[in-house]
Design a protein. Structure first.
Length: 330
């Protein structure tokens, strides 16, 4: 079986490449990346060097072209822009890059396209969780680009099975987005945006990879859209306290009124150093920080596939920290 995985130098793509290389049923893993050197260096640090199953090719969205590869059996599209100061960059890579991928893929593969809960927006007021049938109300350029990407996939109407998979916050080894959290809990004061508790869905990267593998092994056709999530809902303070606990740190959690963080997010427009320290704090992505509930209903995906998340938050954050330590980042 030949599998194409985009975004292999990223957090989720790399998790999937490592998973595919371990899978005895996979004969070739094709990884189109912007920087083959970066991927080789990353894989070497994971203890994978020159695996004969791995074919690395240099390619950049949205201009990439996969016709020359011949037919593939599976594809997982992870490449995307998550944080940018340019609306245009979100749409060029996330929308046009996906359109071009589907236009140039050959064979009748089973395909998973990574979307995000940001495409749908937060949990609607009064609901316990956001269902896939609720109206979509993205808050950020990122979310809007992911929603447009989903529409573009529907318009392309591929004649092979394709899953648009909306993931919540993904945690696990290799996730750069939690680095500021682990750095913060090393100090004595931990700043939490907002006075009230916020609640989130989450998933570990290994469970996400398992869910994707489970769907790829199935037989049904058609175009599907689904949420995937761990069954437990976590709060912002629980996330901070768990990160501190696995780091062996103690401190004071300081909830700050959102108005202060809005000011910092706004300032990041003029002071690039803030954006460099916390890339997620662009004025655009910061809009996603304010709602109190980002909980999605992952049950239909579990019922359809039999997949169940297994990781705990504590174990996932402990493994994430171990990875940061190995990389010398904390
Ligand atoms: N992480 C989460 O919590 C989360 C949650 C929900 C959904 N998702 C979705 O999951 C997917 C993967 O996310 P991630 O966390 O792995 O992101 P990531 O770590 O930022 O990785 C993004 C990947 O996309 C590649 N990329 C960016 N622009 C590209 C371009 N123009 N051409 C080719 N490749 C490009 C990056 O390559 P370079 O290394 O060259 O930059 C990198 O390999 C994304 O579609 C994201 O929207 C993520």
């Amino acid at each position: 079986m030949r599998i194409l995985i985009t975004g292999a130098t990223g957090f989720i793509g790399r998790t999937l490449v490592l998973r595919a290389l371990r899978d005895g049923g996979v004969s070739e893993v094709i990884a189109p990346v912007r920087s083959p050197e970066k991927l080789r260096a990353q894989l070497a640090r994971e203890g994978v060097a020159d695996d004969p199953k791995l074919r690395i090719m240099e390619a950049e969205a949205p201009d990439w072209d996969f016709r020359g590869l011949g037919p593939v059996d599976r594809a997982v599209h992870c490449a995307g822009v998550l944080f940018s100061r340019s609306r245009d960059q979100y749409f060029r890579v996330n929308v046009e890059g996906t359109e071009r991928l589907l236009q140039t893929l050959r064979g009748r593969p089973r395909v998973v396209v990574l979307s995000s809960q940001s495409a749908g927006g937060p949990t609607p007021p009064g609901a316990d969780s956001k269902k896939i049938t609720h109206p979509d109300r993205p808050l950020s350029w990122y979310g809007a680009s992911k929603l447009r990407m989903e529409l573009a996939v529907r318009e392309a109407a591929p004649d092979y099975p394709l899953l648009l998979l909306r993931a919540p916050m993904v945690l696990g080894p290799g996730d750069q987005a939690t680095l500021p959290l682990f750095r913060m809990v090393r100090g004595k004061i931990w700043i939490k945006p907002g006075l009230r508790a916020k609640h989130f869905s989450w998933i570990s990267s290994d469970d996400l990879a398992d869910g994707i593998w489970t769907w790829l092994a199935r037989g049904e056709g058609g175009l599907q859209t689904a949420h995937i999530a761990a069954p437990d809902v976590i709060s912002d303070s629980q996330l901070m306290r768990t990160a501190a606990r696995v780091s062996g740190r103690r401190g004071l959690l300081l909830p700050l009124p959102q108005v202060f963080l809005r000011a910092v997010a706004l300032a990041s427009r003029f002071l690039p150093v803030i954006g460099e320290k916390v890339p997620s704090l662009t004025p655009d992505r910061a809009r996603e920080i304010w709602p109190g509930r980002w909980v999605i209903d992952g049950e239909p995906f579990s019922a359809m596939t039999g997949w169940r998340a297994r990781a705990t938050l504590e174990n996932t954050l402990a493994r994430t920290l171990a990875w940061f330590r190995r990389e010398g980042l904390v």
